[in-house]
Design a protein around this ligand. Structure first.
Ligand code: NDP
Length: 501
């Protein structure tokens, strides 16, 4: 019997090896402090422990929030905009210089393939630069003063955009660095201070980032990182009476708990939640484009992706050709450790999550869906599930309704080209995060896109996120938008000022 090798025998860079040997402490008030207990993180490709890290509870969240409040009242919200810009730009350069470390940490902690981790690190650097530049574009307006003031004297009315205050951010494990940076960068640009809680499954890249904040020149307390369990540290942060806003990415069920926890002081809430996004493939679709596009709509990040297009409505005219193409594509997806540059499909995050995904696969078989390809857990160490495709799915099957968060595609054959009927099928879900339409007929595509109730719909591509493109959900996929100008607005209040002159 062969023993499982750490990282399947792949070498790490010297900087990552050195980082893993460190004492992984929390970041509170500019200091690396101990927590109240320890937790371990495992490489999901091998199941082996990679690091032990400190976790915090109520006491650590309380002191982090107090530090964030002091930094907010003190240096950060009063700092000249140009200075805040320069600090964020320095952070971007430091992240760029440490790209190998950040990329490798997300690979070994989360399991994502290198081609994705490299891309997300580069996107994170771009995101920090983008919001650094946006600071100088935080603008109010001038408007007409109210009648009762201007009737008596000259008057002036204008608006100021001001930071919301102390922000709690709770992030998941599926794209650890990216989900953290897309919350941190706009919050810091707006002048907010932050307490961020990573997922206990994937603490490493944010812990590496902790050093970079100090090096870039952020004053103590502006960013505080408290690892900890959701039900303890997360819940305390969401309930905290001195937190002005909470921003959460994760499951819809936990999103509901966040909303309830936020009620006490009516803090502002942004939510980026789950999805079950539709993918509509029309008879005239270019299959050379649609086959890889539809496959990756589901299988990107092993399907552990809120934008995943996992409900496929395939027109009967192309259904069989599409199934054949998708089966070949799935067979060609090299599975393995994310550190191997050839890997296209890594492991799922944990044994428990893997068992949940396999449960969905078994339930789909029992419900009468037809397995086209995949459906097995690999007989090796780690949490590897084959890219899996079911067809002959009915709209009421769990596989067509629930977010599986694994490499599982559900296909329903359709015979209609009627826009209303297709929109009704696409919208038959409580979610509304992403979606795509595959056709050569652009007029048809744009008409259909207008009927799909979702925060993002793409034509002949899927999941087209970008630093400058607003992203968020309709329905139970969330509240508010991240990325772009709307991502910054989410951390700003508007104050109206009227002066009688
Ligand atoms: P959760 O939504 O439970 O976790 C996301 C984050 O919230 C983690 O940091 C978690 O902490 C924290 N959290 C959990 N409970 C609370 C709470 N009561 N108060 C405050 N914070 C809390 O996702 P899971 O990891 O449990 O994954 C379950 C399912 O969620 C997946 O199968 C998938 O369907 C969906 N999901 C969706 C994501 C998305 O991007 N939309 C991302 C991740 C998951 P911790 O886990 O450290 O205890």
């Amino acid at each position: 019997m062969t023993m499982t090798q750490p990282f399947d025998g792949h070498a790490l860079s010297p900087e990552t090896t050195a980082f893993l040997a460190r004492d992984m402490r929390l970041l509170i008030d500019g200091e690396r402090v101990e927590g109240c207990a320890f937790h371990e993180t495992r490489d999901p490709a091998t199941g082996l422990v990679i690091a032990r890290f400190h976790i915090g509870g109520k006491a650590q969240i309380d002191s982090a929030v107090a530090a964030a409040r002091r930094a907010f009242e003190g240096p950060w919200s009063r700092m000249a905009a140009a200075e805040r810009t320069a600090i964020l730009q320095r952070l971007a350069r430091i992240m760029e210089a440490n790209a190998t470390l950040l990329t490798e940490l997300d690979i070994i902690d989360n399991g994502m393939p290198r081609f994705i981790a490299g891309l997300t690190t580069a996107n994170c650097v771009e995101m920090v630069d983008y919001y650094a530049g946006a600071i100088l574009r935080i603008e109010g307006t001038t408007t007409t003063p109210p009648r009762h003031v201007s009737a008596e004297a000259d008057a002036l009315t204008y608006t100021l955009r001001e930071p919301v205050g102390v922000v709690g951010q709770i992030v998941p494990w599926n794209v650890p660095l990216s989900t953290a940076i897309l919350k941190l960068a706009p919050a810091l640009a707006a002048g907010c201070t932050v307490v961020i809680k990573p997922s206990e499954e994937t603490p490493l890249s944010l812990l590496a980032l902790a050093d970079m904040f100090s090096e870039a020149g952020f004053p103590a307390g502006v960013v505080n990182i408290v690892n900890g369990f959701g039900a303890d540290a997360g819940q305390t942060l969401a309930e905290h009476p001195d937190v002005d806003k909470i921003s959460f990415t994760g499951s819809t069920a936990t999103g509901r708990r966040i909303v309830t926890a936020a009620l006490g002081n009516l803090k502002k809430v942004s939510l980026e939640l789950g999805g079950k996004s539709p993918v509509i493939v029309m008879p005239d679709a270019d299959l050379a484009l649609a086959v890889p596009g539809v496959a990756m709509a589901t299988f990107f990040l092993q399907g552990q992706n809120c934008m995943a297009g996992t409900r496929i409505f395939a027109h009967e005219a192309i259904h069989d050709a599409l199934m054949e193409g998708l089966t070949q594509f799935a067979a060609g997806m090299t599975m393995g450790h994310g550190l191997n540059p050839a890997t296209m499909q890594g492991p799922l995050i944990s044994e428990a999550h893997c068992a949940k995904v396999m449960g969905h696969i078994e339930a789909a078989k029992a419900a009468g869906a037809r397995l086209v390809t995949g459906g097995e857990k690999l007989a090796r160490a780690g949490n590897f599930v084959q890219p899996t495709i079911f067809t002959d799915c009915a709209p009421d099957m769990a596989i067509m309704r629930e977010e599986i968060f694994g490499p599982v595609m559900a296909v329903q054959k359709v015979s209609t080209t009627d826009i209303d009927e297709l929109a009704r099928l696409a919208n038959d879900t409580p979610y509304g995060l992403s979606g795509s339409v595959w056709t050569r007929d652009m007029a048809f595509a744009h008409r259909l896109v207008k009927r799909v109730r979702s925060g993002q719909v793409s034509i002949n591509c899927h999941g087209a996120v970008g630093t400058n493109i607003p992203f968020g959900g309709y329905g139970q996929s969330g509240w508010g938008r991240e990325f772009g100008q709307e991502g910054l607005d989410a951390y700003l209040e508007t104050k109206a000022v009227t002066a009688r002159l």
